[in-house]
Design a protein around this ligand. Structure first.
Ligand SMILES: C[S@@+](CC[C@H](N)C(=O)[O-])C[C@H]1O[C@@H](n2cnc3c(N)ncnc32)[C@H](O)[C@@H]1O
Length: 291
């Protein structure tokens, strides 16, 4: 997505009509955009200043806008729970995802996080995304193709229990129901010092993941939750909106570190959360294997 002051053929455009009806599509010379409030010809939109009002052949008004990444993600065709902008923004910043990096994720799902990662690493970077279901991978690939980002992504079809082909990733985002079962595989894919993050909805999953991270020598572990509360933007009676999304998931961050056997490093290793292995419990899958 490149930015300009006027709409051009090939740009992703957003039309916002009455009652916040919102459409996102790519502008194509000769194209028509059909809504239940009439048709808009792409040729009449191309060349218009972003932010201006346009009208369908029935006279229905729309604002012509360049959508944000958040707008694109919220409008994404999806078959799975997707990552939401409030979580994605914090994840990208906290893992330091930046242009030119090699980053990884599993599972791909509908590709919401894949789009965010592909945007953040830029044209010089690379995203490798693992998914076990072909239908999900196809949907994600289509979602990325629609906005011109698929070329930055290697889509891999595999149960991640089998591990990853890559090593030395700068960052890894894990979005599967049982992340605690794959922390060893993720460690092998990350570069030393690399960033890890997972999002999980329940306390039980958090507890198991914390044990697995400790067992696999991840340090600087943090658990948090992002709460986002909107306000009615009415200056004379400013107040929170009546409803909010109260819970999406807990975020767990950590970094792959290489503790030394030198006793002088023990105090710092303890502080960073990797000193003592005495508290480490087996993960559920290990318990099952031992039965
Ligand atoms: C919640 S969805 C991911 C949503 C995605 N992050 C997004 O933003 O659209 C979880 C995905 O993980 C995939 N998955 C679960 N276990 C897996 C495994 N062992 N190997 C590979 N993919 C897996 C599922 O098929 C599903 O598509």
């Amino acid at each position: 997505m490149t930015y300009s002051s006027t709409a051009r053929a090939g740009d992703i455009a957003q039309l916002v009509g009455l009652s916040h009806k919102n459409f996102i599509f790519t502008l194509k010379t000769g194209g028509d955009f059909q809504t239940h409030r009439g048709v808009l010809k792409h040729d009449e939109l191309i060349g218009k200043t972003w932010g201006s009002q346009v009208f369908s052949h029935m006279g229905a008004p729309f604002f012509l806008l360049q959508p944000s990444l958040g707008d694109i993600l919220m409008a994404l065709p999806r078959n799975t729970q997707i990552l939401y902008p409030k979580d994605i923004g914090f994840i990208l910043v906290s893992m330091g995802v930046a242009p030119g990096q090699q980053v990884m994720e599993a599972g791909t799902g509908s590709g919401s996080m894949t789009i965010a990662l592909a945007t953040a690493v830029g044209a010089e970077g690379r995203v490798t995304s693992y998914e076990q279901r072909p239908d999900m991978q196809n949907l994600a690939r289509k979602n990325l193709e629609r906005i011109g980002l698929a070329e930055r992504v290697d889509f891999k079809l595999r149960d991640i229990q089998l591990g990853f082909d890559e090593t030395d990733a700068d960052a890894f985002f894990l979005d599967v129901p049982n992340p605690y079962d794959y922390i060893g595989q993720v460690r092998a894919a990350l570069k030393p010092g690399g960033f890890f993050c997972t999002l999980i909805p329940t306390f039980n999953q958090v507890e198991k993941t914390l044990y697995a991270l400790r067992q696999n020598k991840f340090a600087f572990v943090e658990v948090c939750e992002i709460l986002l509360r909107y306000f009615k933007p009415e200056p004379s009676r400013l107040r929170p909106v009546d409803r909010m999304v109260a819970h999406t998931g807990f975020l767990i961050f950590g970094r792959r570190i290489e503790p030394s056997a030198d006793p002088r490093g023990l105090e710092l290793a303890n502080e960073a959360g990797v000193g003592s292995m005495q508290e480490v419990k087996p993960t559920s899958s290990q318990e099952e294997q031992n039965v």
